[in-house]
Design a protein around this ligand. Structure first.
Ligand SMILES: *Cc1c(COP(=O)(O)O)cnc(C)c1O
Length: 234
């Protein structure tokens, strides 16, 4: 009889697999940031992950993230990554607790993030990724090609209160992750020609982080492979 894997077991297994995948392509695993996606899970899970050494967590809904960040306020070196679609009217509120925003998908959101009272912000400059839409559905939000990425990147870089990190993407269902992630890498090379500092790539989830590492991902957003299946959204 085998016992069900614990949170620590799953976390260690994913960490091992990240190290193996990095090693296989001659990359240093210490250059990779593992963000454990805790959406729909209670703050208690965040605390358990913290006790296991996790310092980066990802959330995709403002209200839930705000509440959890408040509940975990006694964990000061824990970094909150906002990875979900963000309405412009929530942009200022997200800046009160977020350390990194992965989902800048339109110019109007850049403007909303730059507005408001600077004294309410957690960071003078918020780290931001341009989200790239890899699907064929242009209505999905996000930059659909390299020139779109550059336009949005220029806009972020032009705001003194925002710090351009690079590109974020989710592999679409209809395309092999290897092919989709190669396109992101290419867009990243192009982006760095005009913004050398924007060298980071946020991509790779539970089922495709190995491919993401192969194509230059620096920030991995991994949920279920570590947390187990998610409760239904509350
Ligand atoms: C939920 C989510 C993840 C994590 O997905 P898993 O398949 O659970 O690893 C990563 N990125 C985004 C944008 C998400 O919404």
């Amino acid at each position: 009889m085998t016992l069900p894997a614990s949170l620590a077991d799953r976390l260690n297994r994913v960490r091992d697999e990240i190290a193996l995948a990095a090693d296989a392509v001659g990359r240093d695993a210490s250059d990779l940031t593992l963000i454990v996606v805790t959406k729909f899970h209670p703050a208690a899970l965040v605390t358990s992950l913290y006790d296991l050494g996790v310092r980066n967590v990802g959330e995709n809904r403002h209200q839930e993230a705000e509440t959890k960040a408040r509940e975990c306020a006694e964990l000061p070196d824990l970094r909150w990554h906002f990875i979900g679609q963000l309405q412009s009217n929530k942009a200022r509120a997200v800046r009160t607790y977020a350390d990194v925003l992965h989902s800048v998908d339109r110019a109007s959101l850049v403007d909303a993030l730059a507005g408001g009272d600077p004294s309410t912000r957690k960071h003078v400059r918020l780290d931001c990724f341009v989200q790239m839409n890899l699907t064929t559905d242009g209505g999905r939000g996000g930059a659909t090609d390299e020139s779109d990425v550059l336009d949005l990147a220029d806009r972020i870089a032009g705001e003194p209160s925002l710090n351009l990190m690079g590109i974020m993407a989710v592999a679409p269902l209809e395309e092999a992750p290897d092919v989709a992630f190669a396109r992101v890498h290419q867009a990243s090379v192009r982006l760095r020609q005009s913004h050398p500092e924007a060298a980071f790539i946020s991509m790779g989830m539970s089922h495709d982080f190995r491919e993401a590492i192969r194509h230059g991902a620096t920030h991995l957003r991994i949920g279920t492979a570590i947390t187990g299946s998610r409760p239904l959204p509350g």
